[in-house]
Structures are given as structure tokens and as C-alpha cells.
Ligand binder design. Sequence first.
Ligand code: 5GP
Ligand code: MN
Length: 341
Amino acid sequence: MNENQVKELKSILTQPKKITVVPHKSPDGDAVGSTTALKGYLDQLGHEVSLVTPNDFPKFLKWLPDADLFINVEQQPEKVEEIINAADLIFCLDHNDLSRTGELEKYLVKSKADFVMIDHHQQPGDFAKYTYSDTSMSSTCQMVFHFLEMMQAIDVITPAMATSMYTGILTDTGSFKFSSTTSTTLRVAAALVDNGANPEMINRRIYDTNTPNRLKLLGTALNNLVVLPEYRAAYITLSQKEQDDHDFKKGDTEGFVNYALSIDDIVFAQIFLENKQEGIIKTSLRSKGTFNVNKMAREHWQGGGHNNAAGGKSDESLEDTVTKLISILPAYEKELLATDI
Ligand code: 5GP
Ligand code: MN
């Protein structure tokens, strides 16, 4: 967004509008946090703000301020269509392509509203009139903070908004561990704490929420771990049956892939989750150092993301999907072995 666009948007926001805010499919902490924080700001300007979501999100995010206000297209498609049709302005947060909005996409593409994109993923699409895209950012929540700075609205940050933004920064940086954590990220986090975010409470509500079943599912996942030291790679599978046996709930497998990546000298890890309902294998890819999983996800897994964290899917069986991984690894061998960590 250049200076003129910032001015233009600021001026648009001075008049009451119908605004819809949209996260990506399977919203994570950054998507829910950025969406609810932005709503807090737009509410104060007197807009009529609706939050719509492509599908449900995990219980450990449900406590976030205003998280109960999301209208889920899977449950209320007509209402969602009505909201999107009536919108003057649509904010797309934590995604840079409408294909990431699942069932919402077909309504969004028909909308006459102006789009605003705030996002930190690679290769942004050009559907938005106002695009604030920065792939160096830790999180969309950090970008919402900078967006508020651009709008000269830092003083409107409530404890609820601070809590939402801190949550997304915490989850997208792996608790301030990933290389995307800059001194600015930490300054923003500090400002959010000054404005009422409580790090202990947020951390507890996000991470100390295990059920016995989830821990046992993690046990199964770790049992299924396969290490390929010759490629400095490791992968984990979880079949639909293994998930069912542990009463799988959305979000239960969040972070499992990081255990594979935590092995000494492993620079690439992948998890494969069988989803019989969708007829796909959902996959998450993670890496250390310069090994680029966004590229691999785009080339082989119908997905994308960031250099060190990406996702995608496979339409083949779980077994054939693993065979596919083994068959593509030789093409990355040189890169994997050369990765400096
Ligand atoms: P996760 O593996 O935690 O689901 O996602 C890691 C990163 O990859 C996130 O930034 C997410 O937005 C991105 N991502 C996950 N799944 C997909 C996908 O199917 N397509 C694309 N383009 N990106 C994805
Ligand atoms: Mn994000």
C-alpha cells in the first residue's frame, strides 16, 4: 500500500460502511486474532462489521474476544451470502488468494465490494484494491498493528484487541522462536502487553489445553515417525482410523510436525493426515534454515505458505502419498544436504 492508498483507505473509513472480515480456511491463531483485532478497530469507527469464516476453528481459539461472532458458511450459507453481497468493503486477512477461503470463494468472487488484503504469505494475488503484503512479517497480527499505526489509530487498542494480536504473533512465531521474530516483532508484542495483553494467560489458554486423547494421539504420531537421515528429512502419518480411535478434534494435530523437525540435524519434516470426509491427505511441511518448503508445497502438494512452514494436500491414498514423498526427495537431496543450520 502506498501513501496515497493509505490516505484513501483512511478517508473511506471515516464514513460508516458495511464491512466483512474474512480469515483463511481452517483459521489458526493468526487468522482469528487478526480478524477479531481488526473488528475491534472498525467497531470503534462506527462501521457495521461482520466476521465470516469458511469453517470452524479449534476450541483453544474459541475464548478469543469476539471469536463467538464468526458466522460459519458451513452452518449458515444463506446468511453468509447475504452479508457478503451487502458488503461495501471486504478485508481478507492472513491469506493472499481467494482460493484459500474454501466455500466462501464463490461468494467473494461475485462481490462488488472493494477488497483490502493484509497478509504475509508468499506470492500474493492481485484481487484486492488495497494490498498490504509483506512476506518478512512474523504474522498478520503484527501487520494489523502496523496497519493501525498507518491509520494513526494505535491509541484505540483495547485490552481485547491487544489480546487478539498478541495471540496471533505468539502462535505464528512458534512462541517467538522462528526467524521471522524480529526486534520490531518483540517491540509490537511489548506494546500489546502495555495495552492489556496477558502473556501468561494467553500462553496457557493456547498451549495448556491438551486432552488425554490428544496426548495419546501424539503418542501414535510419534510411533509412526519415520526418519530419513540420508535426506535430513523425517515424516509422520496419521490415518483416519488412528484419528478416530483418539476422538480427533479440529486442531488436535497442530504442532505435531514440529516434533519431527526437532530431531538433531533434520532440516525438513512433513506430516500427512488422512481426511476421509474430504477424500484428501492434508499435509504440513516445516523446515530449518534455507530449505524452502513453500516451493516444495507449490511444486508437489497443491499448496504453499512460507519458506519454513507450508501446507497442501494430496488426492492419493495415504500409502501412495508417502511413496510420492520418497520419490520426490532425491530431487531435493542436494539442497537438503547443503542446508546450513
Ligand atoms: P499449516 O501447515 O500450519 O496448516 O500451515 C502452514 C502455512 O502454510 C500457513 O501459513 C498456511 O497458510 C499455509 N498453508 C497451509 N495449507 C495450505 C494450502 O493448502 N494451500 C496454501 N496455499 N497454503 C497453505
Ligand atoms: Mn499467519
